[in-house]
Design a protein around this ligand. Structure first.
Ligand code: ATP
Length: 354
């Protein structure tokens, strides 16, 4: 049995159901992200795990114990919120000590744990400061230390990085992941940022309209999206309009040119309009060099020079694609308006709506 199991979880507010039959098993020590657009129910599921919200129906068990009827403080859970939520009138050390004081731990144990937690978040030297004297990133590290001080069996992180600026966000997410690995603590991380979820998770739960749309490792979610929603929400995705030429042989036409997509087309007949999803990695500038690629005529719409990478948008007849190419110091990038050849790797195209 998994360490944390959520089965047939449902939550309604009045007549509106915001979480529908949500099921998930999380193993001990796993780092699982809930990823989805605003309002899809991520926080509501997290709050039910924490005990701040009561499920309309369904079960949640942690370490084999049914926790639905337990109060938040009986669940042995640590939580970090988006807003720093530190006690402003307490020092860093007092904030970290808070849960241990409430639990009436002996002072020597409190002191030792505060010391251990502050060194875990590398803020040993700031124990006497007040929250207003810290940066946003430092405040979130203190919030993490406070959540971990009581040695919870599960750590819940609700968009802990979204109030921080981009650079701090990246370094802090790596720090959180390193601390989580070191402690081996089972963690759920809520985010609407796909790059964040892809970069730090063991598994991702992509949520849409209160349901788990797909659950899988980042590589799997990105490369084998189970639905159009997942394909478009996770990563950049080009959607191309095409026409079926030969369904059984898997041949379609994009901008009048035949393309073999390497998969049978079911549910469609010759002449039907279809949509294809193409990741930027399957698009390249120039003539095809592989026979599984197709070359199309394109026109450059925009070029963004990002340093090592150049981001290009180009029209292929009625369709538009975005893709990246590496900087080549001896060849300047193409210019907007230029006519170019664009190659599509047919085997990496995904037929939508099959
Ligand atoms: P965000 O990323 O914006 O925080 P989310 O995916 O975490 O979104 P939730 O906060 O779980 O979404 O909200 C899911 C839905 O439930 C939303 O439509 C929200 O308005 C609704 N909702 C949440 N809490 C309540 C409540 N206490 N009463 C009524 N509706 C609620």
């Amino acid at each position: 049995m998994s360490f944390l199991t959520i089965s047939h979880l449902k939550k309604s507010f009045g007549a509106t159901t915001v979480v529908h039959d949500f099921n998930l098993n999380i193993e001990k020590g796993e780092f699982v992200s809930f990823l989805g657009p605003s309002g899809c129910g991520k926080t509501t599921v997290l709050r039910m795990v924490a005990g701040f919200e009561t499920p309309t129906s369904g079960k949640i068990s942690i370490g084999g114990q049914d926790v639905v009827n337990l109060k938040p403080n009986q669940r042995n859970i640590g939580m970090v919120f988006q807003a720093y939520a530190l006690f402003p009138n307490m020092t860093v050390a007092q904030n970290v000590a808070f849960g241990l004081k409430v639990a009436k731990k002996p002072q020597a144990e409190i002191d030792a744990t505060v010391h251990e937690m502050l060194s875990l978040i590398k803020l040993d030297h700031l124990g006497d400061r007040y929250p207003y004297q810290l940066s946003g990133g430092q405040q979130q590290r203190v919030a993490l230390a406070r959540a971990l001080a009581t040695k919870p069996q599960v750590l819940l992180l609700d968009e802990p990085l979204s109030a921080l600026d981009a650079k701090i966000r990246v370094s802090l997410r790596e720090e959180i992941r390193a601390i989580q690995r070191k402690l081996g603590i089972t963690t759920i991380f809520v985010t609407h940022d796909q790059e964040e979820a892809l970069s730090i998770s063991d598994r991702i739960v992509v949520m849409y309209e209160g349901k788990a749309e797909q659950v899988g490792a980042p590589f799997e979610i990105y490369n084998q999206p189970s639905s159009r929603f997942v394909a478009s929400f996770v990563g950049t995705l080009n959607t191309l309009d095409a026409t079926v030429r030969d369904a059984a042989a898997g041949i379609i036409a994009i901008d009048g040119k035949d393309v073999m997509i390497g998969q049978k087309i079911t549910n469609h007949k010759v002449g039907d309009k279809i949509s294809l999803a193409v990741r930027p990695e399957a698009v390249s500038l120039g003539e095809a060099t592989d026979k599984r690629e197709t070359t199309l005529d394109g026109k450059i719409n925009s070029v963004h020079f990002l340093g090592s990478v150049i981001r290009i948008r180009a029209s292929l007849g009625e369709n538009t694609v975005s893709f990246d190419t590496f900087n080549n110091p001896s060849a300047p990038p193409p210019s907007p308006g230029e006519n170019v050849k664009v190659s599509l790797a047919a085997k990496d195209m995904l037929l939508l709506g099959q």
